[in-house]
Design a protein around this ligand. Structure first.
Ligand code: FES
Ligand SMILES: [Fe+2]
Length: 433
C-alpha cells in the first residue's frame, strides 16, 4: 500500500536546492510515508542507557509509529525490542517506564523475557505440538540493528544500513565532547523528562534546533535593553549577547554551521557565552576533577564546546550550553511530542548537577523563557502552511556560499540555512523508493 502511494508521489518535485513544497508539513500521506521510510531507514535515537540501570528496567519509545521498548536484560545488556506481542500483536507495555519481571501481555497473558524472548504461554496445552517457545516470531522481536555510542542508544530497521558510527560521522564528536566533560566519563539522563506536545509538524522542531537566524527575533523578550540575555549559569556575570546588533551576531556570521547532506545531521557553532569565566566553587572543583583525565588542550576544548546545538537526523538534538537531549516524536502531520532530558555528569558536585536541571527548567521546559517562543513559532508555521500564499518554504539563506567537501559535508555561516538544506537533502534521499 505504502509502496503504491510512494510511487505516485514524486519526491524530487517536493524538494529544491533552496526550498521545499509546503505540503511536506501538511499532507497526511506524506507524513505516513515519512514514518514508514525515514523512521524505517535511518538510525533513530531510542534512549540513553542510564535510563535503564538495573535488570528489568525499561522505557517505551516510538520509531515513527512503531512502538519499541529499550530494556536492560539480566545479562546486563541493553536491548531494543518491538513493543508488540507475538501472539496477536497487542502492544505489551503502555507505561513510559518501569521494571518488568517479565513483560506480560494484558490480552491473553503471554510473558516475555526482557530481551524479548517468549517465556511462557497461558494454557499451552491448547496449542498441541505447534507451539515452539524458541520461535522468534512468537516473541517480542529484537530490532535488526541496535548500536550504543558512549551510552546513546540508536536502532535501525533497515537490514542493509551502514554502521551506527558511519551514520553519525563527524556528528559523533558532539557526543564525545559532552561525555568527556563528565568526571567519570559517563553522563546520566536520569533526572526526569520535560514532556510536551505542540500543534505542528515534527520537522519544525528539528529545523529549529539548528537555527541561529531566529534567535534575536523570536527570543527578543528574553533580552535586556542592552541586548543581554539572562544569565544561564551560576558564576556567569551576565547572559549571552544575542541582540542582532551586538557582537555575537557578527561572530555568528563566521563559518560555523555544518551539515551533512548524506545523513542529514548538522550543528551550529560556538556560543561566546561558553567562554565566560565562571567562579562558583562547585564548578571550580569540578574543573579540578577533570584535570587528570584530559590534556590541557582537550580540557579547554570540552569546557568551551565548539558546537552549540547538534541535530542528529531525524529525531534527536544535543545542546552543549544548557545541556540537554531533545527527542522529537511525531504523532500526526500537525502534532508532535517533545521529550527533553537534562544531561548530568556522573561524579560532578551535586550542586552543579542541580544547577543544570534548574537552568533547563528556565530555558527549555514547557513554561520556560525560551522554548515557549519556539513552540509558538511551530504552531504559527503549521497554521500559515494552510494559507494559499507561497507554495514553497524558503531556506535560501547562504545557499550560494555553501562549501561542500567530497564526503557531502557542508559548511556555512552561523545564521545560514544550511542545516535545514542538509536535513531536506537527507529527507529526499530517505523518502525516495
Ligand atoms: S495478544 Fe498478547 S497474549 Fe494474546
Ligand atoms: Fe529558539
Amino acid at each position: 500500500m505504502m509502496d503504491s502511494i510512494s510511487q505516485q508521489l514524486d519526491i524530487e518535485m517536493l524538494v529544491r536546492a533552496d526550498s521545499v513544497h509546503r505540503s511536506v508539513y501538511t499532507d497526511a500521506t506524506i507524513f505516513d510515508l515519512e514514518m514508514d521510510r525515514i523512521f524505517g531507514r535511518a538510525w533513530v535515537y531510542v534512549g540513553h542507557d542510564s535510563e535503564v540501570p538495573d535488570p528489568g528496567d525499561y522505557v517505551t519509545r516510538t520509531m515513527g509509529k512503531r512502538p519499541v521498548i529499550m530494556s536492560r536484560h539480566t545479562d546486563g545488556e541493553v536491548y531494543v525490542i518491538h513493543n508488540s506481542c507475538g501472539h496477536r500483536g497487542a502492544k505489551v507495555c503502555v507505561e513510559a517506564r518501569g521494571n518488568a519481571q517479565p513483560f506480560r501481555c494484558p490480552y491473553h497473558g503471554w510473558t516475555f523475557k526482557t530481551n524479548g524472548v517468549l517465556e511462557a504461554v497461558s494454557m499451552p496445552r491448547g496449542y498441541g505440538d505447534s507451539l515452539d517457545l524458541s520461535n522468534p516470531g512468537l516473541g517480542m522481536r529484537r530490532l535488526p540493528n541496535v548500536g550504543n555510542y558512549r551510552g546513546f542508544v540508536f536502532a535501525c530497521l533497515d537490514e542493509n544500513t551502514v554502521s551506527l558510527e558511519d551514520w553519525l560521522g563527524p556528528a559523533r564528536n558532539s557526543i564525545d565532547d559532552i561525555v568527556d566533560r563528565s568526571p567519570s566519563g559517563k553522563v546520566l539522563l536520569n533526572a526526569g523528562i520535560h514532556r510536551y506536545v505542540f500543534r505542528g509538524n515534527w520537522k519544525f522542531q528539528l529545523e529549529n534546533t539548528v537555527d541561529m537566524y531566529h534567535v534575536p527575533f523570536s527570543h527578543e523578550s528574553t533580552l535586556s535593553p542592552q541586548g543581554h540575555q539572562f544569565s544561564r549559569r551560576r558564576g556567569d556575570d551576565a547572559g549571552s549577547t544575542i541582540s542582532d546588533e551586538g557582537r555575537a551576531a557578527e561572530r555568528w556570521e563566521k563559518r560555523e554551521a555544518w551539515g551533512a547532506a548524506e545523513h542529514g545531521h548538522s550543528y551550529t557553532g560556538h556560543q561566546p557565552v561558553a567562554d565566560k569565566k565562571r567562579e562558583d566553587p562547585a564548578y571550580l572543583s569540578y574543573v579540578e576533577s577533570l584535570k587528570d583525565k584530559h590534556s590541557p588542550e582537550r580540557l579547554a576544548e570540552v569546557l568551551a564546546p565548539r558546537r552549540h546545538n547538534t541535530a542528529f537526523y531525524p529525531n534527536m538534538s544535543l545542546q552543549a550550553l544548557n545541556q540537554h537531549v531533545r527527542v522529537i516524536c511525531p504523532i500526526a502531520v500537525d502534532r508532535t511530542e517533545i521529550l527533553v532530558w537534562p544531561v548530568l555528569f556522573e561524579g560532578a558536585p551535586e550542586e552543579m548537577n542541580r544547577d543544570i536541571i534548574r537552568g533547563l527548567n528556565v530555558t527549555h521546559s514547557a513554561a520556560s523563557l525560551i522554548q515557549t517562543d519556539d513552540l509558538e513559532n511551530f504552531h504559527r508555521c503549521q497554521m500559515g502552511a494552510n494559507a494559499e500564499n507561497s507554495e514553497w518554504v524558503w531556506f535560501a539563506r547562504g545557499a550560494d556560499t555553501d562549501q561542500t567537501d567530497n564526503h557531502g559535508n557542508v559548511t556555512n555561516t552561523g545564521t545560514g540555512e544550511l542545516p535545514q538544506r542538509a536535513q531536506f537533502k537527507a529527507w529526499a534521499r530517505l523518502m525516495t523508493p
